[in-house]
Design a protein around this ligand. Sequence first.
Ligand SMILES: *Cc1c(COP(=O)(O)O)cnc(C)c1O
Length: 395
Amino acid sequence: MMKVDIYQKLGLKRVINAAGTMTYLGSSRVSPRVIEAMNLILPEFVDMRELQQKAGSLIARATGAEAGCITASAAAGIAVATAACMTGSDLWYIEQLPDTASMRSEIIIQKGHSVSFGAGLAQTIRITGASCVEIGSATQCGCYQLRGAINDNTAALVYVASHHAVQSGLISLQDFCAIGAEYGIPVIIDAASEYDLKGFLACGAQLAVYSGHKFLGGPTSGIIAGCLPLVRACYMQEKGIGRTMKVGKESIAGVMEALEQWLQRDAGAIRTVEEQRIDYAFDFLKQFKGIHVERTADPTGNPVTRLKIHVHPTEAGLSAFELCQLLAAGNPTIRVRAHEADTGSFQLDPCQLLDGEMELVCEQIQRNLEAPVHPQLESTNPADLSYQSLIRWPD
Ligand SMILES: *Cc1c(COP(=O)(O)O)cnc(C)c1O
């Protein structure tokens, strides 16, 4: 059978993804094995409860947790985990949400953890009816502030392990979990894009939430792992707010296969290929005027090395921000990690590239540096730029 070019069929621009597992780019490449698992289950009926039970056993094996279940996404997992901490397994309560009368309904989070992953985490928590109590300041938070905020109405503490979060000056995971335990309040970890499947629970968190479609390479889905009473309460949310975030059989089967594959992967071999791509880009790009390249470790300790490219605007003839915009505007569109571009640098992530694509990325950077132009930008503020593009949709 001839392979259909999906870009051609749908009239889409080809995307070269040097940004990482970004949900706005379709998250990750799903492997043939995972696609096969989804193909096998799609034409059949299954007892969804039994399927979730099998997924739970696998999640337990992969994470060291007592139990687990699959959700529609990590964001759905966080909402459902929040709800579970308010309702427990009381179906009467589950059916009342987002009305939280006579339930504990405050969720505490450090201000530096109140991130946006495309949508705001605080809102993801609040759609359950919970209120989100942000403690400390954006860049500082102490244990005394967490202790001070805990009261009889506290349902859970949320901790975010992510490059989006502020990385210094905040309460450590260890202290955060210890204080949760001291007061008997469950800790939920947003570990959506963290490779470490065991560490957060081993540290004392009651629930850890992962994305199925990021590093794991599964279909759109989320994974909740944790203690049985709360995971059961998560699963039970399908009788309430969880229904609007329903996960399908194909996603459950797919992410189960992705998890199996992840456990069997040759992490060393994958890393070697990724580092070769970074080495290539380092050597290629270091020659250009106004460009400084640097290998950079993942801020939260995921085993990924990226290439950080500093752009000196007067020497290079254009800014980092402009270069990122030009790369994205090309065909194929080249997407880089541009979340720091307004401060003069961007990063290349090797994880989702195919063989030969890093070369294309480098060539396109070269072209833009050799004939620098200033693109017409409505704003250099990333949020405003995103807003400007949204309000023109579907154009
Ligand atoms: C990506 C991400 C999410 C959302 O994950 P989805 O599975 O796409 O819903 C939540 N939190 C953090 C920190 C993320 O990086």
